[in-house]
Design a protein around this ligand. Structure first.
Ligand code: SF4
Length: 474
């Protein structure tokens, strides 16, 4: 599944399960439920306590695995998995995770969601000391840091590595003897812990638990390292310097509506964003419609709060294949036409409020407004359920460089004119925080809002590499 016509892309999802004889098959289902977070590659590593086994490949989870490959992985009792979104510069097989590092003594497998801001610097330092890298992925940097001191004390070595790396990381790791889950000190990406009978499960989104019948236990905390082995679960912290700053975009756009992030249901948060938008930017209109799929919840909230009926003014063609999931601008624009249609019977002769969750480059919005007008809408009022995106994301979301972000170089009125809308209003930063409903006592309500404000929760190094630039470094 790929959200239709969108210009923002998530980087990945991770999964892990310990203590189940069908661990690899359950990992497959878990990854399948999180396919929206990455469609370019998938992999699973499993263990029987004697060795690590892995299988990975380019494509959707369904393309990569079949019964035979899963049977070969299901030799043991634990597995971790990963789905990956790759950006410009081509999709490289070597970067598909989990990465597996084998040695005579022990093996290590790592799956990572997020992006490190000091990976380039650390990689340079490691190379100077003789490390040779096979991928352009940050994950390999993490593994090299861990492996350097592996002989002495594995857990201390992991903790040490985690205290050196900076940026966003939700990690699952597997050895023959342990599964580890860890989250960066800001908890930039979601990571939840669940149970399936006696087995422990970790996943980027709770929708993975629902699919396999696991029960949600709690969210992994910023700075926490959870070790699961045959003795049970042990929690520790690799730093005391934590400051929650979960990605706001997880609520606004990325996560599945049926997932809960730290106690807040994503669909409910989006509906509240729509309600808040209605309070901040009401307009006289006949119908409200949302851009499928991610903006429908916000559109319903907007309609409820204004009393204007919500209608299915746009539908997506569910059977467009992966052929159209292309990162180039030209194909992306073509893809919108293939994937979305305005419903003439709904919008003809009507004043339409079109609710969307974000505008990145503006090209998608322009096409959607045009589509609604072509279908007979007399007015198109665009309402965005997040603030203008003015800064790039260094934490794993492909939001392009500042110059490509329309709101970083144009006023709201300029953007309105460029997309051809009768009116355009974005939600305020304060309105967004209030609507999502996290703890107001925390700094920024415990949210990262850097792409709206330019205030990054971590240091940004001069040589920080944007996620989509990484593969150009091969
Ligand atoms: S910069 Fe924006 S997209 Fe990136 S982690 Fe922060 S809120 Fe999310």
């Amino acid at each position: 599944m790929h959200y239709v016509g969108k210009e923002l892309n998530e980087e990945c999802a991770v999964f892990g399960i310990w203590g189940h004889e069908k661990a690899a098959k359950l990992a497959y289902y878990g990854l399948h439920s999180m396919q929206h977070r990455g469609q370019e590659g998938a992999g699973i590593a499993s263990t029987d306590g004697k060795a690590l086994y892995d299988h990975k490949g380019l494509g959707l989870v369904n393309d990569v695995f079949d019964n035979e490959t899963l049977d070969a992985l299901d030799k043991g009792f634990a597995a971790i998995g990963h789905v990956r979104y790759s950006t410009q510069g081509g999709n490289i097989y070597a970067n598909v995770q989990p990465l597996v590092f084998r040695s005579q003594k022990d093996s290590l497998s790592v799956a990572h969601n997020g992006n490190l801001v000091n990976a380039h610097k650390l990689k340079g330092e490691l190379e100077e000391r003789g490390s040779i890298f096979q991928t352009t992925s940050d994950t390999e940097v993490i593994a090299h840091l861990i492996k350097r001191d592996y002989a002495d004390n594995f857990l201390e070595s992991v903790k040490h590595a985690l205290s050196i790396i900076k940026g966003a990381y939700a990690l699952t790791m597997l050895t023959e003897h342990q599964m580890i889950a860890a989250l960066d000190p800001h908890g930039l990406r979601p990571l939840s812990l669940g149970k399936l009978g006696d087995a422990w499960v970790v996943a980027s989104e709770t929708c993975a638990f629902d699919l396999i019948g696991a029960k949600y236990v709690r969210d992994v905390k910023p700075g926490e390292i959870i070790v699961i082995d045959n003795e049970g679960l042990h929690s520790d912290f690799f730093t005391t310097r934590t400051e929650p700053a979960i990605c706001s975009m997880e609520y606004i756009y990325f996560s599945r509506p049926d997932s809960n992030i730290q106690g807040i249901n994503v669909h409910a948060a989006r509906k509240n964003l729509g309600r808040m938008l209605a309070q901040e930017a009401p307009v006289e209109a006949d119908v409200v419609t949302g851009v499928p799929d991610s903006s429908i919840s916000a559109a319903i909230g907007y309609a409820e709060a204004t009393g204007i009926p919500y209608e299915l003014g746009m539908i997506k063609n569910r059977y467009v294949g992966r052929t159209f999931i292309q990162p180039s601008q030209e194909l992306r624009e073509q893809g919108v036409k293939m994937k979305l249609s305005a419903v003439r019977a709904i919008v003809e002769g009507k004043r339409v409020v079109m609710v969307d969750d974000s505008i990145v480059r503006g090209t998608t919005s322009r096409r959607i407004v045009g589509m609604l007008r072509d279908a007979g809408a007399t007015e198109v009022h665009v309402r965005i359920s997040s603030p203008p995106i003015t800064h790039p994301c260094f934490y794993g979301i492909d939001t392009s460089t500042s110059s490509e972000l329309i709101a970083s170089t144009h006023s709201v009125e300029d953007i309105r004119e460029m997309i051809g809308a009768d009116s355009l209003v974005y939600l305020s930063v304060e309105g967004m925080q209030k609507a999502i409903g996290r703890d107001p006592a925390m700094k920024n309500c415990g949210q990262c809002m850097a792409c709206f404000t330019g205030k990054y929760p971590t240091e940004i190094y001069p040589d920080t590499v944007l996620p989509h630039e990484k593969e150009l470094l091969v």
